[in-house]
Design a protein around this ligand. Structure first.
Ligand SMILES: *[C@@H]1O[C@H](CO)[C@@H](O)[C@H](O)[C@H]1NC(C)=O
Ligand SMILES: *[C@@H]1O[C@H](CO)[C@@H](O)[C@H](O)[C@H]1NC(C)=O
Length: 275
């Protein structure tokens, strides 16, 4: 989807393209479509998820992310793979990504660090840390998400929320504001067999558990899975059809990367201008 977007520069919002592609191919026709959206969810109360970040390229929303330190946003590695991060902007404090809002704070990226083990074929280590050009001003609309301790692995059936600004359906309607859907954690063994062995111990799966197809189709990529008070997952990949229970939604398990996250953010603090 991302690569195809580059072939259609005349469609800056991507709606036409998204509509065409999703109509014919679901989410791009490949396992692990790269451009998800919340479906079967609801619009959240504006600014009630103050950690949500919109990652933008060429003036339009590209991926979600979360603010976890005043100068650091976490997103999925596939959102920045083969992309020039100096062409990206990060917007915090947004409800709608189509309109300017007085609560919004905009940043450029000083440094983007893809996980060194990221593999675009297998989706392993699909995590990226973005150092903003300056610290965010924390307010009622801009705040930090809580990360789990290393090793936290939620049980099958744990209730969580996934949020993002993707479209509302397979057909690519733009969302009016930040959307959210209820999902529950699926045990890794079941998920792994649905995905024919692609799911590792550093991934987390979730499904809606209802008949209606609910979840992300992945342009919510990079956004968080919030369970209780903590962000436990980052939207990574899903199946051809948005929210299809046969291909559970797969997230990067944040608790498997706490040591790496700490080392990157601390090293960067000690050496302020690494190239
Ligand atoms: C990224 O974009 C900047 C700004 O347009 C440009 O100066 C730089 O050369 C680009 N870097 C790469 C690797 O393309
Ligand atoms: C998923 O299945 C594959 C193939 O059977 C296996 O190699 C892998 O270890 C499994 N992953 C987990 C987390 O059990």
């Amino acid at each position: 989807m991302l690569a195809l977007s580059l072939l259609f520069p005349m469609d800056p919002q991507g709606w036409l393209l998204t509509g065409i592609l999703t109509f014919f191919l679901g989410c791009g026709g490949l396992p692990g479509c790269k451009s998800g959206r919340i479906i079967g969810g609801r619009e959240v109360k504006p600014h009630s998820r103050p950690y949500m970040a919109s990652v933008r390229f060429m003036g339009h929303h590209h991926c979600g992310g979360v603010l976890f330190m005043a100068q650091w946003v976490m997103t999925a590695a596939h959102c920045f793979f083969n992309k020039n991060s100096s062409l990206s902007l990060i917007v915090l404090g947004a409800h709608s990504t189509n309109n300017p809002e007085p609560t919004q704070q905009t940043f450029t990226i000083q440094q983007s660090i893809l996980h060194p083990g990221y593999d675009p074929q297998t989706h392993q280590n699909d995590l990226c840390l973005l150092k903003l050009d300056h610290k965010a001003t924390l307010s009622s609309s801009v705040g930090l998400v809580k990360l789990p301790r290393a090793g936290v692995d939620p049980k099958h059936g744990t209730r969580c929320l996934v949020s993002g600004w993707g479209s509302l359906s397979d057909f690519g309607h733009p969302s009016p504001g930040l959307m959210e859907a209820d999902v529950s954690v699926l045990d890794r063994r079941t998920c792994n067999s649905s995905w024919k062995g692609q799911v590792s111990s550093k991934m987390l799966c979730a499904i809606s558990g209802k008949w209606k197809r609910v979840g992300f189709c992945t342009a919510d990529s990079g956004g968080p899975l919030i369970c209780g008070t903590q962000a436990l997952g980052i939207v990574s990949f899903s199946g051809t059809w948005c929210g299809d229970p046969k291909t559970p939604d797969v997230y990067t398990l944040i608790s498997a990367f706490i040591t790496w996250i700490r080392s990157v953010t601390q090293k960067s603090t000690l050496t302020p201008f690494p190239s």
